[in-house]
Design a binder for this molecule. Structure first.
Ligand SMILES: N[C@@H](CCC(=O)N[C@@H](CS)C(=O)NCC(=O)O)C(=O)O
Ligand SMILES: [Fe+2]
Length: 366
């Protein structure tokens, strides 16, 4: 079974693709974005996958790749085109190379035109291809900088992409209108720059008159991407919160496990956001917890100190997740959610004030 996810970075309109072999859990990620590495790593962890390789479709001009950072976090390899000019990769890909992940693989096709080192990755059964900034949905990558060449792009599209099966789905590296996917059949017919009877010189004429502004991040992105996204010094690397062992979820919430909270209970403020009758009810509450029901939190957040981390707690961990969002919006820098709430806290045997023994609590009786 193939696991497939299309992820989006709104500031740069970049698509990142996660592909994995369900059997072995081996995964690759195509065109990760530096600022989204935390999100992508959380998804990989939640799906129980092991990242074996990052793949670039090209040296991007509009965002910094997350390849280097993902390698630091997961120990994966970094791969991109042998013609990229980039240093620090583990694997330099050429035409017809095969990138295996478990029992699945991607085949490498050279598709220069946007840059010299542009690659298209084709899934083993030719049902999907990742075209980078070569062929886009009813569009194409620009050809006016980074060794761009409309003649090379025309040939790449016609020889390497339009020769795939009609039904092959095509996934680009960007879309500026929110379009997510297309197919060989559609683009051969309807691509306004390259489809139908449009010839090479028609395409070159079109591309010479695109008149796009240069990407805003060009001067930062290209040098960083020529080092696979390795930042200079510590610049740009967001530090992990150091006050307790936290985990970032794909839902966008920092979480702490019951054991982590037990170990750091003295340094943090525990905020219980349940209703008063729950606070004094059978599940009990954690010693020292401040009770502010979720519905009152936005108005009463000032009752908490901003210079000490806050751990939000509720019954099962969902209302308290929202409490962390409200606290962040109120300017609290260090907040986390108790994963699993009081239910898990009690199930794992941690102490409470008040409450009933587990065997008398309905939630625990089977
Ligand atoms: N406005 C964007 C630039 C977008 C851009 O130039 N995108 C490139 C891909 S790196 C492209 O080929 N665009 C083709 C198009 O928009 O038709 C930015 O500042 O980052
Ligand atoms: Fe690009």
């Amino acid at each position: 079974m193939l696991i497939f996810r299309q992820l989006f970075d709104p500031p740069s309109s970049t698509y990142t693709y996660l592909l994995a072999d369900g059997g072995s859990g081996s995964a690759v990620i195509i065109d990760p974005v530096f600022e989204q590495v935390r999100r992508d790593a959380a998804l990989i962890e939640e799906l129980g996958l092991r990242l074996i390789c990052t793949l670039e479709t090209h040296v991007h001009a509009d965002h910094v790749t997350g390849a280097w950072l993902l390698k630091q976090w997961t120990g994966c390899q970094i791969a991109l085109s042998a013609e990229s000019g980039a240093e620090d990769a583990d694997r330099y890909l050429v035409q017809d190379d095969v990138v295996a992940f478990g029992s699945r693989n991607l085949q490498v096709r050279k598709t220069p035109g946007h840059t010299n080192g542009c690659l298209t990755y084709v899934l083993d059964d030719r049902s999907m291809a990742f075209t980078g900034d070569c062929l886009m949905v009813r569009g194409s990558g620009r050809t006016d900088f980074q060794q761009g060449d409309p003649h090379a792009m025309y040939s790449s599209v016609h020889r390497q992409i339009f020769t795939l099966p009609d039904a092959c789905l095509l996934y680009p590296a960007h879309d500026y209108r929110g379009l997510t996917v297309t197919s060989v059949r559609e683009e051969r017919r309807f691509n306004p720059r390259l489809g139908g009877e449009i010839g090479e010189d028609d395409f070159a004429g079109y591309m010479k008159n695109l008149r796009l502004a240069h990407p805003k991040k060009l001067d930062v992105a290209v040098p960083a991407n020529l080092k696979c996204g390795r930042p200079d010094g510590n610049m740009g690397v967001t530090a992990e919160p150091a006050w307790a062992p936290l985990r970032y979820s794909f839902a966008g919430i920092w979480e702490i496990d019951p054991l982590g909270l037990e170990e750091h209970a003295r340094e943090v403020q525990i905020l219980d956001v349940r209703e008063p009758e729950e606070f004094t009810g059978p599940l009990g509450h954690i010693r020292g917890a401040t009770l502010i029901p979720l519905g009152q939190l936005a108005e009463r957040a000032a009752e908490l100190a901003k210079d000490r981390p806050v751990v939000a707690v509720c019954r099962a961990g969902s209302r308290s997740a929202q409490a962390t969002v409200i606290l962040r919006e109120s300017g609290f820098p260090d907040v986390a959610n108790l994963a699993g709430g009081m239910l898990r806290w009690r199930a794992e045997g941690h102490a409470v004030e008040g409450g009933s023994p587990l065997e008398y609590i309905a939630e625990y009786s089977i």
